[in-house]
Structures are given as C-alpha cells and as structure tokens.
Design a protein around this ligand. Structure first.
Ligand code: PMV
Length: 317
C-alpha cells in the first residue's frame, strides 16, 4: 500500500544561467505543465528500492545504483537517517513527464518529489527551504557544483530571484501577464559537463568570462525591475541580449540560435536559450495567445521536439 505521494513541477530559467554559478543573480520560473511524481511504500526488507519505468531503471537494495538513481538513493538514505529511520525499508516509484537533460529541471523535480513523498509517508512537515536542502543532496551528485537555482524554484514552486547561497526572493510582477513559449531542441546536454567546460574556459581567461557573467547578472537584475513595471518589450530586450552573452560564453548551439532567430522573426519580443545550453531548450516571450499559436507552428516547422507554455502573472507572487 502506498504510504506517501509527492509531486513537483518542471522549471525554466528566464535569465542568469551560468552567471548564477559565479554568484550573480538569476530568475527562474516553474513549468507546471510538466511534473515529476514519487510514491513511497514501506517494505519488510531494509534499504531503498527505486523503480523508474520511464527510465527503464530498477534499483534493488544491496545492488550498486546506476548514475541516474545513485543521487536519489543517497537523498532517501539521508532523509531516513535524519529522522532516525535508517533501518526502514522503502520502495519509491518514480514517474516524470519532464524531458531529461533539456534544462527543464528533471533532476531537481524528481528529487523534490521524492523528498515530498518521504515527508508525506512519515507525517513530517518541512518548509520549502528544508525540502530544497534535501533535494540539493541529489543535485550535488547529478551536477557536481550546482548553484542550487533548480531545486530552489522547484521546491518553492513560484517564480524566484535567486542568488547562490541566499534565500530565494519571490519575483514581483506588474499588472500585465508575461507569456512564455518554451521550445525543446530534442537534444540532451549534461549540465555538469557544460558547467565544467565553462569553468575551465574561465580559468584560462578570467577577465573575459567574468565580463560575460557580469553582463548576464546585470541583465537579470534589470529583468527583475522590468517585471515589476510590466513592460514586456523591455523584458524581451533583456532576454535577447542575454542570449548574445550566452553565445559569447559558448553555450549556444546552431539549433538554439535557429530557434531564437525563428522566434524573433515571427513576433517574439525576445528569445534566448534556457538552462545549461548546447542542446536543451529555448524560451521566447510572446505578446498574446495568437502570437503563441503562430510561433508554435513555426518552431515545430523548425524541428522543435516539444513546445510548452507558461504565464507569469501577479497571482504567482
Ligand atoms: O540544469 P539546467 O540546464 O537547468 O542548468 C542550470 C543552470 C546553470 O546555471 C547552467 C547551472 C547551475 O548550477 O546554476
């Protein structure tokens, strides 16, 4: 019998990716049309069993976990240990509709879902920050040295302004809604590999890379102010400038550049890659539902593997 259930949304980075690793701000928003779900069942055999049919993975207690499941096993073990339940056997069933390796927060969402399911099973109430701290156990193994923006936005389940090591701040928006369209390139990239690569490039030319990150961080700060005023045009400009800076960092790809051009040619107010890049997704800001439909058709024609939409509105804060 299932004793606990936890769910969590996907996410997209609106602005500030990569720079956030070096202490600059970023803005991230939940992507609620995509979800991860975990179900906890108590078992007689001690240890953690993880069953993930979507990934074709099954970890039986006593076996060496695969790279995909090892972070979740560690998270569950530490969660049980911190509540004095190390001897307890649990089976955790995992399901997710979030594409993996596309900057949509698949790892963070499944980690938050597992934490919430364990809380539910054990009758524990943790706040969003505590849930985020548990999810970071897995995230640190998935991503080496993550900024923590992904688990933060997923655990808080609201748009956030995030600076590494600090409590996330809610994003305030003005009277108008902002409509975003996210196009999946269909190509996966490892965030850990991309971040490691950029760190090595920065070591070779710190001044240049730090100037890119400084610009990206400044754009995130401007975007935060622009969101308050409700000026979609200005936000779009910030996004497109951020894409140019991310191109300089070296994390775009021909397909991401093509999606950005397609979006801008067909009425988007701004567009950029979202997440680690070198694959993954593009995010575009559109004015209204009509433009959204038109752009969806164009991006599907340009090879998008999936299109998702999300709206940032005053209700979110
Ligand atoms: O995992 P992704 O693709 O959403 O990338 C996360 C954002 C980065 O800034 C590239 C990495 C990080 O740890 O913040």
């Amino acid at each position: 019998m299932v004793s606990g259930v936890g769910t969590a949304p996907g996410k997209v980075l609106l602005i500030g990716e990569h720079a956030v690793v070096y202490g600059h701000p970023a803005i991230a928003i939940p992507l609620r049309s995509l979800t991860a779900r975990a179900e906890v069942t108590y078992t007689r055999t001690p240890g953690i069993e993880l069953v993930a049919p979507d990934m074709d993975e099954h970890l039986v207690p006593g076996e060496v976990p695969s790279p995909a499941l090892a972070p979740l096993q560690k998270l569950a073990e530490q969660f049980l240990a911190s509540f004095g339940e190390s001897g307890q056997g649990v089976r955790i069933d995992l399901h997710s509709t979030i594409p993996v390796g596309r900057g949509m927060g698949s790892g963070a969402a499944i980690s938050v879902a597992v934490t919430r399911a364990l809380c539910d099973a054990m009758g524990r109430r943790l706040n969003a920050q505590q849930i985020c701290d548990y999810a970071m156990i897995a995230e640190t193994i998935y991503h080496d040295a993550p900024s923590g923006v992904d688990p933060a936005v997923v655990a808080h389940d609201r748009p956030i302004y995030f600076v590494k090591g600090k409590e996330p701040r809610p994003v305030q928006t003005g009277p108008t809604d902002f409509h975003f369209l996210i196009a999946d390139t269909g190509m996966s990239a490892s965030t850990a590999d991309v971040v490691r690569d950029i760190r090595a490039a920065r070591e070779r030319d710190r001044a240049t890379y730090d100037s890119y990150f400084w610009e990206l961080g400044s754009l995130a700060s401007v975007a935060r102010e622009v969101l308050k005023t409700g000026s979609a045009g200005e936000l779009g400009l910030c996004m497109t400038r951020a894409h140019r800076a991310l191109q300089s960092v070296g994390v775009s790809s021909p397909q991401l550049d093509q999606f950005v051009s397609t979006a801008l040619e067909h009425g988007a107010l701004g567009a950029k890659l979202s997440g680690a890049g070198r694959g993954g997704a593009m995010i575009a800001l559109v004015e209204n539902a009509e433009d959204e439909e038109k752009l969806t058709r164009e991006l599907v024609g340009a090879g998008a593997a999936g299109i998702y939409t999300t709206t940032l509105s005053n209700d979110d804060v």
